[in-house]
Design a protein around this ligand. Structure first.
Ligand code: BTN
Length: 251
């Protein structure tokens, strides 16, 4: 499959964003963080053709085959109070899912911010905050034709879902425009964001199992608390889950 190199000039962008394209880097999150520390403007988007040590959540590695995947990080300096910044993780997952719909898939969000198509992961997001900025790192499987055996049942790509290759510039552009809208909803408009997220969340109304700081829990996912936490109905009653790993759908 011939995938053209990323072409910055043909990538439409919101007015307040600009792209820095790198051929190869360790991790675009690390690049964006270094830029943030040296005072780079908010809205800088670091895109890499190839990451040699891409990072996922919980210290996992994130592998992006050159050219096939879209790997980028956005530097933001949110005006909202810092305790609200973690909501950007939800805004980012929702923005990616909304953008992917226009490529002919039905994308859902697996709280907090994996994006799924047909119960398979198509995008992972890693949000890292520093003193006065946030980096939102996004990896989207765009033109990946096949995954290694250990991933083929749990990962997918736009190419696998639609049978066509897609320009990564178009995917990036779609995500940045949606993020431009959703990132501004982490304050007063957060209930709007949560309503949309609730409709898109693949966990809503499902029995789920998750690993919390207090141990493994099972329950019915009933919706979101006002701060974006999960509400689950367990045998003990309704519980609010702030953070969890290994979130699984049981039925
Ligand atoms: C996850 O699902 O575990 C999160 C994966 C995040 C991967 C992206 S790729 C661009 C950016 N740079 C990184 O090193 N990680 C994020």
């Amino acid at each position: 499959m011939m995938i053209p190199p990323f072409d910055v000039a043909s990538c439409r962008l919101p007015e307040d964003m600009e792209i820095l394209l790198l051929g190869e880097t360790g991790s675009t999150n690390d690049e964006a963080r270094a830029l943030g520390k040296s005072g780079a403007r908010e809205g800088t988007v670091v895109v890499a053709e190839r990451q040699t040590s891409g990072r996922g959540r919980r210290g996992a590695a994130w592998v992006c085959p050159a050219g096939e995947a879209l790997a980028f990080s956005i530097l933001l300096r949110p005006p909202e109070p810092k305790p609200l910044w973690p909501r950007l993780a939800l805004a980012a997952g929702l923005a990616v899912a909304e953008a992917l719909d226009s490529f002919g898939v039905e994308a859902g969000v697996k709280w907090p911010n994996d994006v799924w198509v047909r119960s398979r992961k198509i995008c992972g997001i890693l949000v890292e905050a520093d003193a006065d900025f946030v980096v939102i790192g996004v990896g989207i499987n765009v033109n990946t034709g096949a995954f290694p055996e250990n991933l083929e049942d749990i990962a997918t790509s736009l190419f696998i879902e639609t049978g066509a290759t897609h320009l990564r510039e178009d995917v990036l552009s779609g995500v940045l425009f949606r993020l431009g809208v959703r990132r501004r909803q982490i304050g007063a408009d957060f209930p709007d964001l949560l309503r949309s997220l609730s409709e898109r969340c693949v966990l809503t109304g499902k029995r789920i199992s998750l690993l919390t700081a207090a141990g493994r829990k099972e329950g019915l996912m009933e919706g979101f608390a006002p701060g974006g936490e999960l509400w689950i109905r367990t045998e003990a009653g309704q519980e609010t889950i702030i953070q969890a790993d290994e979130v699984r759908i049981l039925s």
